[in-house]
Design a protein around this ligand. Structure first.
Ligand code: NIG
Ligand code: FE
Length: 414
C-alpha cells in the first residue's frame, strides 16, 4: 500500500467531518481549518489528518513530504466548462469593445457558430491535443474535477467527435472529468431557420447515438432568449431521461427566460449562469435537489450583471461557482480568480466562495461523495500553497500565484 504523509502544514483547509454532500445557507460560511497539521494519504485517498502534535508513529517506508509551512486546500471542482474547443475568438473580444453585445454577435451568425466551423475542420487528434493543453493549464491552477461540455459540433458527427475527445481526456488525464452533451448549444448552420427540426435531430438522432456509445454523463441545453425555449428544453431533457441521462442546463443568462422552472420540472442536477435570476426563481429552488451554479467569470468578461449569490445564500440555497472556461464568454479557467470575483463582485465571504468552488461544485457534478473536501475516504485531490498569511489571502491577492504543488489521486502533478 502506497502511503504518503504531508507534514508541516500551516493550515489545512476545507475539512468536512460530517460527510455532507453540499452546504447550504449559513453552512456555507463554515470552512473548517486546522493549523499545524498533517495529512495522510493511502492508495490515492485521504486516510487521516490531524494536528502535528498528535502525529502517529509511521512505518519507515512511508513517503514524507514537507509542506514547509504552506496551506493545503481541497482542489477546485469546476462544474461548468467548454474546455474542448477549436481555439480562441479574440476577434469577438474586439467586437465587444466596439459595442456589440454577446447576443448581437450570436445573432449575426458569429459566436458559437464560429467555433463550430473551426471544430468541423479540426481532426479529432488535433482537438484532443489542443484541449489537453487547457486541461493541463487548469490542473496547475488547482482544479481537480472538471465538467466538460460538447456543443461546438452542432451536427451528430461533430458532437460525437467532441464527446470522444472528452472520453479520451477522461482516460488520459489525472483530473476527474465529467462529460456533458450540449447538442442544443445553438442551431447548427445546416438547420438555419429550422430550429424545431434541429431539436428533432437532437432528440431523435443525437441523444440516442450519444447514449449508445455511453459518451455523456449529463445532457445540457442553452435555454435562453435567442437560443432554445423552455418547451424545447423540456423535450430534450425528457429524451435524455429516457436514455438514463440527467440534465444540467444553461439558464437565465441573457434574460429571465424560464430556465429555472424547466430545470426544476425535470429535476436537473444544476441550472447554471443565473445572471438574470429573479426572486421568484430563488423561491422556487428552495428545497430542491437542483444546484444553482453561478459563473462570475462570464459576468466579468461580458460586462453583464452577476448572479444574485448573496440573495441565494440568504434564502438557504447552496450555490456552486464554476469557471465556464470557453472561447466566447469566458476565456479563463482560473478558479482562484473565480473565487476572487465571487468575493469582490458578489460579496461572498472567502469561506463561502471556497465552499461554492469545492464541495458545492462537486455536488453539481454528482461527485461530492468522493471529492470536494478534506475528509477521510475522499480522493486525495489538493494543492499546497507557498506560505500565506491566511486563507482569505488567496482571493484577496487576486493575481498572485499561490499554488506551489498540485496533488491528484495522492500523486504530485508538477
Ligand atoms: O456558457 N452561454 C452559452 N454558452 C457558453 C458560451 C459559449 C461560447 O460563446 O462559445 C457560456 O457562456
Ligand atoms: Fe457554458
Amino acid at each position: 500500500m502506497a502511503t504518503t504523509l504531508i507534514y508541516n502544514i500551516a493550515t489545512l483547509g476545507g475539512i468536512d467531518r460530517k460527510g455532507r454532500l453540499r452546504l447550504q445557507g449559513k453552512e456555507m460560511a463554515q470552512f473548517e481549518t486546522l493549523d499545524n497539521a498533517y495529512l495522510l494519504i493511502k492508495d490515492g485517498r485521504i486516510a487521516d489528518f490531524g494536528s502535528m502534535e498528535s502525529l502517529p508513529q509511521l512505518a519507515a517506508d512511508v513517503k514524507r513530504i514537507d509542506a514547509e509551512g504552506g496551506t493545503v486546500m481541497p482542489s477546485f471542482c469546476d462544474s461548468h466548462t467548454h474546455i474542448v474547443n477549436a481555439g480562441s475568438r479574440e476577434n469577438e473580444f474586439v467586437d465587444k469593445i466596439n459595442g456589440l453585445s454577446y447576443a448581437e454577435i450570436a445573432k449575426r451568425g458569429g459566436g458559437i457558430l464560429n467555433s463550430a466551423d473551426k471544430l468541423h475542420e479540426m481532426s479529432e487528434d488535433e482537438l484532443f491535443e489542443q484541449s489537453m493543453k487547457r486541461v493541463h493549464e487548469v490542473m496547475l491552477k488547482g482544479t481537480g474535477c472538471v465538467e466538460i461540455k460538447s456543443g461546438y459540433g452542432l451536427n451528430t458527427e461533430d458532437e460525437l467527435k467532441m464527446l470522444r475527445v472528452i472520453r479520451r481526456i477522461k482516460q488520459t488525464s489525472p483530473l476527474k472529468v465529467v462529460s456533458n452533451f450540449l447538442g442544443a448549444h445553438a442551431v447548427g448552420r445546416a438547420y438555419a431557420g429550422q430550429q424545431s427540426a434541429y431539436v428533432d435531430l437532437v432528440v431523435n438522432e443525437m441523444i440516442p447515438a450519444v447514449a449508445a456509445e455511453g459518451l455523456a454523463d449529463f445532457v445540457d441545453v442553452f435555454c435562453d432568449e435567442g437560443f432554445f425555449t423552455p418547451e424545447e428544453t423540456g423535450r430534450i431533457l425528457q429524451a435524455a431521461a429516457r436514455h438514463g441521462m440527467r440534465g444540467k442546463i444553461h439558464g437565465q443568462e441573457l434574460a429571465p427566460s424560464g430556465g429555472v422552472e424547466v430545470a426544476l420540472k425535470h429535476n436537473a442536477l444544476s441550472v447554471d449562469h443565473l445572471e438574470s435570476m429573479t426572486d421568484e426563481d430563488i423561491a422556487m429552488m428552495i428545497g430542491t435537489e437542483t444546484s444553482p451554479t453561478a459563473l462570475p467569470g462570464t459576468s466579468f468578461f461580458l460586462n453583464i450583471p452577476f448572479a444574485p449569490m448573496r440573495k441565494m445564500i440568504s434564502a438557504g440555497l447552496g450555490p456552486a461557482i464554476a469557471s465556464d472556461y470557453n472561447p466566447g464568454s469566458t476565456p479563463s479557467g482560473d478558479m482562484k480568480f473565480v473565487v476572487s470575483l465571487a468575493c469582490i463582485k458578489m460579496r461572498l465571504l472567502p469561506e463561502e466562495a471556497f465552499n461554492a468552488a469545492t464541495i458545492n461544485g462537486a455536488y453539481a457534478m454528482g461527485l461530492s461523495a468522493d471529492y470536494g473536501s478534506i475528509a477521510i475516504g475522499k480522493v486525495a485531490n489538493f494543492y499546497i500553497t507557498h506560505p500565506i498569511p491566511s486563507i482569505a489571502f488567496i482571493p484577496y491577492a487576486y493575481t498572485t500565484p499561490v499554488i506551489r504543488e498540485v496533488y491528484l489521486n495522492g500523486e504530485r502533478q508538477n
